[in-house]
Design a protein around this ligand. Structure first.
Ligand SMILES: Cc1ncc(COP(=O)(O)O)c(C=O)c1O
Length: 471
């Protein structure tokens, strides 16, 4: 047991926090030994788009926490909503024919901001749980329809759908499947719509490649037999996979294929929902009409855990009218405090016009800045969608050759970001951002200035170490 369990921010040094952290706290997705050696960075407070660590360093958070703090830090409306609800009714469940006002009101508001045909919500505590609900609900739908054999869900390599057994199985992360006997049965994967890796070398335009990538879905449906395929799930833009923005032709073609075979279309909106792409939901930006949408993160801007599934009329009608009891739910389904914060957050997004702002103002402004960054000698490809962006680092700009994987160039760049006061994430050689939607044009200039500086420092390392390749 720690000998200092009563310490506060003011009485404990960074070193002290780090030692206690290493002794007791097993972090997610972490090599425990190597983190203990290095010591965690301790974040102690935040405001707007900035964080401060325990040494007082100010950091620009270009990742919105973990893709979630859409309205930025320190929003009084959310803090007040939580405080009020904690005092009034901190918890009651929704199991036994009961409900609480915040859950009802949030369900009502979510139906309002969702595309037409979404009138119902099933709440969970996180995105992973939301995707567990997806697996249960999709299979239940086909059961009720009298087709219990239709139970296979198709997903994609390098997708991220969470870390529970079902979430990680739906995801296509090889490293996750290697631990714990995943995927669970009845989930299969097709390649991702990543033009740079799979289409560029074949001389295909992005649009041609989008159609090809969608055809892999049809191929797999036919191979399995349409009568076995329950659903297809995808993130509108793959986030954790490296902000893989699909060609404009991809989602409309996926939609056509799902319609043709009656396969349910599931859009995982955990990252893309609540304005990130310039519409309330990413599927709207991509031109798809899903039957089900998973959400989390941006629904409360991450201030408090909440997730769930928006259930479209096709599925809702079947479950409500013919399904009887749906034997599934969580203690925190419709948690009143989480829902009160969600309500304040969604209202704030609407009242500040953040979705429109991403689409018509800061999104295009970021896109223009990224077009300029594309000329940096280290950048092979620069892309944005709304307020998500990716820079692919290459060892030879003219031919687009990759760095040797063992150099971990993304981590080198990320190291510079840490030291320069910028949170930018590395996924392999892709440097990715998803800043809060409240970011201003001046703050985008500041962020892009920091990004450019970190690219320059990484380039200087590459030149000094002789890592660059010639075409
Ligand atoms: C697309 C997507 N789905 C699901 C999840 C899982 O959400 P959670 O971490 O809240 O369980 C994530 C998390 O990053 C995600 O990006």
């Amino acid at each position: 047991m720690s000998n200092n369990t009563t310490g506060t921010r003011s009485t404990r040094s960074t070193r002290d926090w780090q030692e206690a952290d290493a002794r007791h706290f097993l972090h997610p997705f972490t090599d425990f030994q190597s983190l203990a050696k290095k010591g965690s960075r301790i974040i102690t407070r935040a405001d707007n788009i900035y964080l401060w660590d325990s040494d007082g360093n100010k950091i620009l958070d270009a990742m919105s926490g973990l893709w979630c703090v859409n309205v930025g830090y320190g929003q009084k409306a959310l803090i007040d909503a939580a405080t009020k609800q904690l005092g009034e009714l901190p918890f009651y469940n929704a199991f036994f024919q009961t409900a609480t006002p915040p859950a009802i009101e949030l369900a009502e508001l979510l139906a309002e901001v969702s595309p037409p045909g979404f009138e119902h919500v099933f709440f969970s505590g996180s995105g992973s749980e939301g995707n567990d609900t997806i697996v249960r609900m999709v299979r239940r739908y086909w059961d009720v329809l009298g087709e219990p054999g239709r139970d296979i869900i198709i997903s994609r390599h390098n997708a991220y759908h969470g870390s529970t057994m079902a979430g990680a199985s739906l995801g296509g992360m090889a490293g996750m499947h290697a631990q714990g006997g995943l995927p669970i049965p009845g989930i299969v994967h097709i390649p991702q719509p990543y033009w740079w890796d799979h289409g560029r070398h074949q001389g295909l335009s992005r649009e041609q490649f989008g159609l090809l990538a969608a055809s892999w879905l049809e191929d797999r449906i036919l191979e399995l037999g349409p009568h076995r395929v329950a659903a297809f799930i995808g993130e509108p833009v793959q986030g954790a996979g490296g902000v893989i923005i699909p060609p404009s032709t991809y989602w409309p073609e996926v939609q056509r294929i799902c319609d043709k075979y009656g396969v349910l279309l599931v859009s995982d909106e955990v990252i893309c929902g609540f304005g990130r792409t310039g519409r309330w939901f990413g599927s709207e930006t991509m031109g798809a009409r899903p039957d089900l949408m998973t959400f989390a993160k941006g629904v409360t801007s991450g201030y408090i855990p909440l997730g769930g599934v928006m259930v479209g009329d096709r599925v809702a009608k079947m479950l409500i009218e013919r399904g009887g009891e749906f034997a599934h739910g969580y203690t925190y389904s419709g948690h009143p405090v989480a829902c009160a914060v969600g309500l304040a957050n969604v209202r704030l997004i609407r009242d500040l016009g953040l979705v429109e702002r991403v689409r018509t103002d800061v999104g295009p402004y970021l896109a223009a800045a990224y077009r300029e960054l594309a000329s940096h000698p280290l950048v092979g490809d620069a892309e944005t969608c709304g307020l998500m962006g990716a820079l692919l680092l290459v060892a030879d700009k003219s031919g687009g050759k990759a760095f040797a994987p063992e150099l971990e160039i993304g981590m080198v760049c990320r190291g510079h970001c840490f030291r320069e006061g910028l949170i930018m994430r590395a996924v392999g050689d892709r440097m990715i951002i998803a800043p809060p939607l409240v970011i201003t044009r001046a703050q985008i200039d500041e962020m892009v200035g920091l990004i450019r500086r970190c690219l320059d420092l990484t380039l200087a390392d590459a030149v000094r170490e002789g890592w660059l390749k010639s075409a």
